[in-house]
Design a protein around this ligand. Structure first.
Ligand SMILES: Nc1ncnc2c1ncn2[C@@H]1O[C@H](COP(=O)(O)OP(=O)(O)OP(=O)(O)O)[C@@H](O)[C@H]1O
Length: 349
């Protein structure tokens, strides 16, 4: 082999080797290839897609873009989203995921847990938490290999973060999650440089719950009754409301774990153990949605289905929803959640 060709071949192999990850990432999703989150793009998405949530928009935009642009965060970002059903908590998590990973919720680096689906049996708490030779057919059907194989929740989180430091974990129905499992994830939310050789400081944990929804609604209703715009509601107006939920949690947290285990009702009060250690960075209130917001959701759905917006149908669908309080009918009791199925009735061709 002549020396020049050999040299060229070697150089080719070397360059290929050095740029292999980049080459590989052309064809597959890579952790390192996450989108460099653009504050402007996130803002645009939130402004155009999320209705009636001026507080959530502001907190999430600042929290997420600030965290991502920090090369050395001291702890993972932990967001706790609270509010009435159908007000956009899951929806916003999706927007965050899409702004960080091309695949959004389908990305290998974004993990969604639903407490009642993935951890349904309170009596199995030690099995979820600790290593066990445990097999549950319903989980198998759900494809949750990490639990079925007997691996523990902790080592699963550790595995995912070792594979990709910027992993996103979304825990839905957090208020229904058992305290023991919250204990299990607690160390990963803390200010440790690393735990057993893994650093969790770049990970993002998003907790969703309906806890505090009544208090948030009371504040929104007060504003409405006093003739004030909901956009005038400030975060500080909401804080006492959420603090009250926290205080309730502290009261319940002092109950022995055996009692908590036997009383699923008490499981809802999950915050205290995270709050008293300052592990939650932001509490994000989601306001209950009004009639005009439902109409906005319906229009979006009509366009998404390829229909011209028909204002008559928009109003009829919105009118079919139920509102509370009974006399004033201000807020939708299901948020935007069921408007889409109601729309089917008008387009069943
Ligand atoms: N504020 C909003 N702006 C725009 N669309 C919304 C909003 N809230 C809800 N939606 C629409 O309704 C759907 C259902 O809402 P979502 O699942 O986010 O509610 P949620 O707050 O997570 O409810 P739950 O507490 O029951 O889980 C969303 O996928 C979205 O299409």
């Amino acid at each position: 082999v002549e020396p020049i060709s050999l040299g060229l071949a070697l150089a080719g192999v070397l360059t290929g080797y050095i740029s292999y990850p980049r080459l590989y990432c052309l064809f597959a999703e890579c952790c390192s290839q996450k989108r460099s989150l653009s504050r402007e793009a996130l803002q645009k998405d939130l402004d155009s897609k999320l209705f009636g949530q001026h507080l959530a928009k502001k907190v999430i935009l600042n929290a997420v873009s600030g965290f991502i642009s920090n090369p050395k965060p001291k702890k993972p970002l932990t967001l706790s989203l609270h509010g009435w059903t159908g007000t956009g908590k899951n929806f916003v998590s999706k927007i965050i995921a899409e702004n960080i990973y091309e695949g959004g919720l389908n990305s290998d680096y974004v993990h969604l847990f639903v407490a009642t689906l993935h951890f349904p049996h309170i009596s199995n708490i030690t099995l979820y938490k600790a290593r066990a030779e445990f097999w549950n057919p319903s989980w198998m059907m759900l494809g949750l290999g990490f639990l079925c194989g007997g691996d523990q929740l902790q080592s699963w989180i550790r595995g995912n973060v070792s594979a990709c430091a910027r992993s996103i974990f979304i825990f839905d129905e957090m208020d229904k999650m058992h305290a023991g499992l919250i204990d299990a994830i607690k160390p990963y939310l803390d200010y440790y440089d690393n735990l057993d050789g893994v650093s969790y400081q770049k990970a993002i944990f998003i907790f969703l719950s309906n806890a505090g929804a009544e208090r948030i609604t009371d504040v929104a209703l007060d504003f409405w009754r006093n003739g004030k715009q909901r956009e005038e509601i400030k975060l500080r107006d909401m804080e006492p409301a959420l603090v009250l939920v926290v205080l309730t949690s502290l009261a319940n947290w002092s109950l022995p774990s055996a009692i908590l285990a036997r009383s699923p009702r008490l499981r809802g009060f999950w915050h205290s153990s995270l709050i008293d250690r300052n592990l939650i960075d932001y509490f994000v209130p989601f306001l209950p949605l009004e009639y005009k917001h439902l109409k906005m959701c319906i229009r979006v759905e009509m366009r998404a289905r390829g229909y011209e917006v028909d204002e008559d149908i928009v109003s009829r669908v919105a009118e079919e929803m139920t509102f509370f309080p009974k006399e004033e009918r201000v807020f939708s009791d299901k948020g935007c959640k069921t408007v889409f199925t109601k729309l089917d009735y008008y387009y069943d061709d």
